[in-house]
Design a protein. Structure first.
Length: 139
């Protein structure tokens, strides 16, 4: 990430701590009009689950679920965010997820309003272009 891009888009969302902080940042960059590109000359080693003890760790799934929905609320189309918030809320998960969402959703909505000031593209436009893409065009 270039320094001027980070200055414009802002840092990673501190509340996320782990899980979806990179997606949230890239989403904000796309909304602000930046492109996310693959540079094959760069190598990054990502050690999955290293800070949390793996998928069996006690606090993992509440963070994953919460941050996924918060990223949608902060950046995604409103209808998608509302649907996924309802779906997550209604799943049979430990109460920590509901408590975490209840505490975090109002702040995420307020952050969306503030973040939207930098948007040059709509959440619907970015969603249509980006959601569900799981392949990289190397050409």
């Amino acid at each position: 990430m270039r320094a001027d891009t980070v200055a414009h888009v802002g840092p990673f969302a501190g509340r996320f701590f782990a899980y979806y902080e990179d997606l949230d940042w890239c989403w904000r960059a796309r909304l602000a009009g930046y492109r996310i590109v693959y540079d094959p000359s760069i190598t990054v080693t990502h050690v999955r689950w290293v800070t949390s003890g793996g998928p069996a760790g006690a606090g993992i799934w509440p963070l994953v679920k919460r941050n996924r929905v918060l990223a949608l609320i902060r950046n995604g189309p409103r209808a998608v965010a509302a649907r996924e918030l309802r779906r997550t809320w209604n799943e049979n998960w430990p109460p920590g997820i509901r408590r975490g969402l209840t505490a975090a959703v109002p702040a995420a909505i307020a952050q969306r309003r503030r973040l939207a000031r930098k948007w040059v593209r709509s959440p619907d436009e970015v969603w249509q272009e980006w959601a569900g893409r799981d392949t990289v065009d190397a050409g």
